[in-house]
Design a protein around this ligand. Structure first.
Ligand code: SAH
Length: 346
């Protein structure tokens, strides 16, 4: 079997440099075609081989006969009422559903992409957990979410966050490769790419050692071992203490600030004792804290009242770290943080 036959199923987006080069060779074409194709895909976001106008017709035909351009297909787009958010349902080539979210605000257009189909981490407040772990997305499948969304978007995408379905650090090397492509081929500054982890401690240390410039976010969500174990069973494997130690290590190595996400759950982690413990926990660590009022997913948890949310924020007013609030967008179309889940029956 020729190398090309073996990769007929693989789409162009998923080919590495050598594979693209052998593809061009097998077409008896000169290597500058590789750059032309790359421009069409990563700068113009074309949907089909046929749209690559500076390639001779016969090459376009040959390419479309040999391999698909994109590994993902858009199945469905849902718009929020005020048009600030779109949720996009994709299908992978082997039939898995994944979701991404496109969000507009005044200054930024952000895409939230998935790194896995389902998730193994089992956070008790997150809808994706109900799917269980199904599949790791390939680097191409992650990058393709951004390409499709940029074609779809009303404005230039400014930020990419790995905060959709899945735990990026349980698919670490592919996620880092996807971030590299977004950075090098699509022109997203490294600080405009955020990778959010539930707290896979060895990978936080690895990211520090490898000195990647992408932003790191850690979903903290609790202020002591016991309450974190209840809502994030992953804490049984990687304790809160080891997580905070790894965050110190990350800061010492990179001098880059971590953002701690803190999903605020009524009666679970929203007390004044929690905010006091949070201050102690993070007191010697330069960082930011992003409070996310819980988005309903129909489980046992609730969002605290607005008064309670404000009281929690107030108690952090003099914190040494910056505190921001993320009022999730698109909750009415289940596109808010933690609301992404696709089941066979939906
Ligand atoms: N697995 C990664 C990325 C996906 S979750 C992680 O845990 O960081 C992205 C963010 O959404 C996390 O901070 C998570 O704590 C938060 N989240 C999950 N479920 C939520 C919900 N129902 N309401 C609000 N935020 C939620």
């Amino acid at each position: 079997m020729s190398q090309l036959n073996k990769m007929t199923k693989k789409s162009y987006i998923e080919l590495n440099k050598d594979e693209v080069s052998s593809l061009i060779k097998e077409l008896n074409e000169s290597q500058f075609r590789a750059q032309q194709i790359q421009n069409w895909v990563f700068d113009h976001y074309v949907e089909t081989w046929d749209a690559m106008e500076n390639l001779p017709m016969n090459i376009r035909h040959e390419l479309s006969a040999r391999l698909p351009l994109h590994p993902l297909e858009i199945i469905y787009i849902t718009d929020s009422e005020n048009a600030s958010t779109q949720k996009i349902l994709f299908q992978t080539q082997n039939g898995h559903p994944i979701e991404s979210v496109l969000m507009y605000d005044q200054k930024r257009t952000t895409v939230c992409i998935s790194s896995q189909v389902g998730c193994a981490v089992d956070c008790k407040f997150c809808a994706t957990a109900s799917m269980g772990f199904i599949h790791n997305l390939s680097t191409g499948e992650m990058v393709d979410q951004v390409i499709h969304l940029q074609r779809q978007a009303k404005s230039r995408i400014t930020n990419v966050v790995f905060m959709g379905m899945g735990e990026p650090f349980l698919n670490y090397s592919r996620v880092i490769k996807a971030a590299e492509i977004l950075n090098k081929k699509m022109g997203f500054g490294a600080r405009r790419i955020t990778i959010s982890t539930a707290g896979i401690v060895p990978k936080i240390r690895q990211m520090a050692e490898e000195n990647h410039k992408y932003k790191l976010a850690i979903s903290l969500n609790a202020t002591n071992e016991l309450s974190r174990k209840r809502i994030m069973p992953l804490t049984n494997t990687y304790s809160l203490k080891s997580l905070i130690d790894s965050a110190h290590y990350y800061y010492q190595k990179t001098r880059r600030l971590i953002t701690f996400e803190y999903v605020l759950l009524k009666g679970i982690n929203d007390s004044s004792n929690d905010s006091k413990r949070l201050l102690v926990l993070l007191q010697f660590l330069p960082c930011k804290v992003n409070v996310i009022p819980y988005n309903e997913i129909g489980g046992p948890y609730n969002r605290p009242t607005e008064n309670k949310i404000n009281a929690f924020l107030d108690s952090l007013k003099h914190a040494p770290f910056t505190v921001t609030v993320r009022w999730s967008k698109g909750t009415e179309i289940n596109a808010g943080c933690g609301q992404l889940a696709v089941h066979a029956d939906t």
